[in-house]
Ligand binder design. Structure first.
Ligand code: MG
Length: 252
């Protein structure tokens, strides 16, 4: 069942999502070559707590950290560690916050210093596909209109759209119905309604779409070792159209 949210509930999700957004924004300024991914995690946790939020991922199905940090060929769910970030890497950061019983969730992928133009293009295409999906989060549409818009924005670039992970409804739980695949024909699935709040999150590999999960039980990597990008926003469907609750300024 898809849980519809009242305006007051959407405002609570927005408040949680604003902590996510501002923390990602701070991480954007903080991240430097030579840092470990654990340093990013500690920084994120401090930022969230200072703003009155609670890290949503820490302890979720025993995930050990506040921030998912996925470097280069890591797709999602990278566990912070002593791994050192280098010039030329791309770093995906996914963050969830609980505030007053409601969740917010967002992610972005940043280039560290100089990266190839092809790598920039991967980031740009993935982020644009997120916004193409968001633009279809419209009352009266169908869920797969979002999926199809993401796919249509990625496919011309020839990249691999990850199919093993999907977006999701969000509210009093981190993962609610519906699941939101990043591919598919339009016009299918549940009717989109005012009051739905969705975490839309395309994951795109520079190479083929297949992924595998490492022995740590969490870290998903591209099966062919190609670079992977991930962008995510928490979005409310309203009468006035989609409202991004986790907007981060200066997206790539
Ligand atoms: Mg998510």
């Amino acid at each position: 069942m898809i849980i519809l949210k009242s305006e007051a509930e959407i405002e609570k999700i927005a408040k949680a999502s604003r902590i996510v957004a501002s923390t990602l924004q701070s991480l954007r300024a903080f991240i430097k070559p030579g840092m470990t991914t654990l340093m990013l995690d500690a920084f994120a946790e401090k930022q969230i707590i200072e703003q009155g939020g609670v890290p949503a991922f820490k302890g979720y199905r025993n995930f050990p950290a506040t921030l998912c940090v996925s470097v280069n060929e890591e797709v999602v769910h990278g566990i912070p560690s002593e791994k050192v970030i280098k010039e030329g890497d791309i770093v995906g950061m996914d963050l969830g916050v609980i505030l007053d019983g409601f969740y917010g969730d967002a992610a972005l992928t940043l280039p560290i210093g100089e990266v190839d133009s092809e790598v920039h293009r991967l980031l740009e295409v993935t982020e644009k596909s997120l916004y193409a999906g968001i633009a279809q989060a419209l009352e009266g549409g169908r869920l797969s209109d979002i999926s199809h818009a993401v796919q249509s924005a990625v496919e011309p670039a020839g990249y691999g759209i990850v199919t093993d992970f999907v977006g999701h409804g969000i509210g009093r739980s981190l993962h609610e119905e519906p699941q939101i695949p990043n591919f598919g024909p339009k016009g299918k699935g549940p009717r989109l309604r005012e009051g739905m709040v969705l975490a839309i999150e395309p994951m795109v590999n520079l190479g083929k779409h297949e992924v595998k999960v490492l022995d740590d039980g969490w870290t998903a990597v591209s099966a062919d070792g190609s670079l992977s990008a991930h962008f995510e926003h928490t979005v409310a469907i309203t009468k006035e159209g989609p409202v991004i609750l986790s907007q981060v300024e200066h997206d790539v």
